[in-house]
Write a protein that binds this ligand. Structure first.
Ligand code: URA
Length: 266
């Protein structure tokens, strides 16, 4: 195989594409054959019988309540990791994920980085942010002097199919585990990587470009915990749009400065 082909395959594998759906090549540049417009539709056919609920539809509040009950019983991060792995209430678990991906980093870190959800490499290795985006995140944290200051996790713990963004329902089901992780690690600051993380954690609707670089108070659902949280651009976005690195770097500097002020005061 030539190098261009190997590199192209590696690119698609990294993007989460694992299966070819046709063996024969398709010439997508061939002129499209024009067909005459379709005749107007006839009278509507009789209503179809009620369709059964899709396999992955979930009752979010009962799944989140089950997650909450499990999370509350976890006395430490190890027990929390085991509780997440045993939890069957998140539909992502049944959509092709190989394993639960919880966290890595310092268990008493002053900064908790929360990404969106595991990708292909994380699903393989069982640790968050270990693919190309994670390597970029690590390089940026190292350059900001924050490598040994972080605990890294995600808003959901199973890889969404085709690396799609986790839905608010999937995030809501996993949220009690994220909250328990915050309660156990007790970070001074949160760094929310990407729009889905920022919107899910802060319960806001604006896009990441509007939220990034500003401090918000993250509050747990029972109101007992509040931690300052800084949304920033996702490293996977920075791999596609390197010009965004300047803004992400400004965010990391904002974080490092606040950390110095916060820990200095402790
Ligand atoms: N992207 C994320 O948001 N989290 C990971 O763990 C990996 C990629």
């Amino acid at each position: 195989m030539d190098r261009a082909l190997i590199s192209s395959l590696a690119f698609w594998a990294e993007a989460g594409v694992e299966t070819a759906y046709a063996d024969a090549p398709v010439d997508r540049l061939k002129p499209v054959e024009r067909r005459p417009p379709a005749p107007p539709p006839r009278a509507a056919p009789p209503a179809a019988p009620a369709i059964a609920a899709p396999r992955n539809e979930i009752d979010v509040s009962s799944a989140a309540a089950a997650a909450q009950a499990l999370a509350a019983q976890a006395p430490d991060l190890e027990a929390l990791a085991a509780a997440i792995a045993a939890f069957d209430g998140c539909p992502l678990k049944r959509q092709g994920a190989r394993q639960a991906v919880f966290a890595r980093g310092r268990p008493d870190a002053p900064v908790m980085v929360i990404g969106e959800g595991p990708g292909a490499e994380e699903d393989k290795q069982g640790e968050p942010f270990v693919g190309r985006a994670g390597q970029l995140l690590d390089r940026m944290l190292a350059a900001a002097g924050l490598s040994d200051q972080v605990f890294i996790t995600n808003t959901v713990f199973w890889r969404p199919p085709d690396n799609r963004t986790p839905t608010p329902a999937e995030q809501a089901v996993c949220a009690p585990f994220v909250e328990r992780a915050v309660a156990l690690v007790r970070p001074r600051l949160l760094l929310l990587a990407g729009g889905a993380s920022a919107k899910g954690m802060l319960r806001r609707s604006e896009g990441i470009l509007a939220l990034r670089g500003q401090w918000f108070d993250w509050t747990s659902s029972d109101g007992a915990q509040t931690v300052p949280a800084l949304p920033t651009l996702h490293p996977a976005f920075l791999l596609r749009q390197p010009l965004g690195k300047k803004k992400a770097w400004q965010d990391l500097m904002t974080l490092a400065l606040r950390l110095e002020q916060t820990v200095g005061k402790a």
